[in-house]
Design a protein around this ligand. Structure first.
Ligand code: PEP
Length: 263
């Protein structure tokens, strides 16, 4: 397996967790770990995606961390700008609050909140227009995998955004491959299966854009300290989107160390 020149990313997706006091404790513990056992910035990008309510808390608390930790929004409105859109947060408002990164297309958004191609494309486009980097999530369901459709589904999800991502804007896209059946279930894709899909995604990206060879492709789905090293050893796995394990500072730090040291 050849060494990758792509700097890995490890991003924690806190989902609708935790309560304030726990969030503050988690951030303090993580900051302490970064102090005691540093992870060089050039070895690994780090990000935390808290609830919208906690974006400013994460930003403020991590401002004096030993190294940058990006604040990542979990979603963004399909509506741009400002206006009478109750409950929505636009890409411009995120940027105005200093948030430079956003997840789009997480399977929970696709499945529970019925985000479909057109809405997702609007979100991607708005985010890019506002200067955000998009972590675009793709992944197949168990039924799709068992029907032998995993690759087609995932590559189609990537092709979908080519309608709104052009030219150098591809440089602001990070892909997160998250097989739905592995999210929050404790089931991880085997490193071989994950690598095989990542290699297909890489081929697909290369066909879409000259940036394809250098784009980070993260794996997500029950990543934990115990499986991070073997996932990090796969040549086309350039980091992890971490749900449950990111709610424990030590586990999240271990995963980041695994990617920083293995790549
Ligand atoms: C996720 O929700 O992005 C995720 C990968 O969750 P978990 O790590 O808990 O499977």
């Amino acid at each position: 397996m050849s060494a990758s020149t792509i700097t890995p990313w490890v991003v924690g997706n806190w989902k609708m967790n935790p309560v304030q006091a726990q969030a503050q404790q988690l951030l303090n513990e993580f900051k302490q770990l970064l102090q005691n056992s540093p992870i060089a910035q050039e070895k690994c990008h780090l990000g935390i995606a808290p609830t919208m309510l906690a974006l400013s808390t994460v930003q403020a608390q991590m401002a004096d961390a030993a190294r940058p930790v990006y604040t990542v929004a979990q979603d963004v409105s399909r509506i741009a700008g400002t206006g009478a859109y109750t409950g929505e947060v636009s890409a411009e408002l995120l940027a105005d609050h200093g948030v430079g990164y956003v997840l789009v297309g997480h399977s929970e958004r696709r499945e529970i909140f019925a985000d479909q191609r057109d809405q997702l494309n609007a979100k991607v486009q708005n985010a890019l227009n506002a200067g955000l980097t998009v972590i675009y999530c793709v992944g197949e369901s168990l039924a799709q995998r068992e029907a032998g459709q995993a690759e087609v589904v995932v590559l189609q999800q990537i092709c979908d955004i080519a309608a709104v991502v052009t030219g150098d804007a591809w440089g602001k896209i990070v892909i997160a491959y998250e097989p739905i059946w592995a999210i929050g279930t404790g089931k991880t894709a085997s490193p071989e299966d994950a690598q095989a899909m990542h290699a297909k995604i890489r081929e697909g990206l290369k066909q879409l854009t000259p940036h394809g060879a250098n784009m980070a492709i993260l794996y997500g789905g029950s990543v934990k300290a115990e499986n991070a090293v073997e996932l990090a050893a796969c040549p086309d796995i350039n980091g992890a989107l971490v749900g449950g394990a990111s709610l424990n500072a030590d586990s999240f730090h271990q995963i980041a160390l695994a990617f920083a040291n293995t790549k």
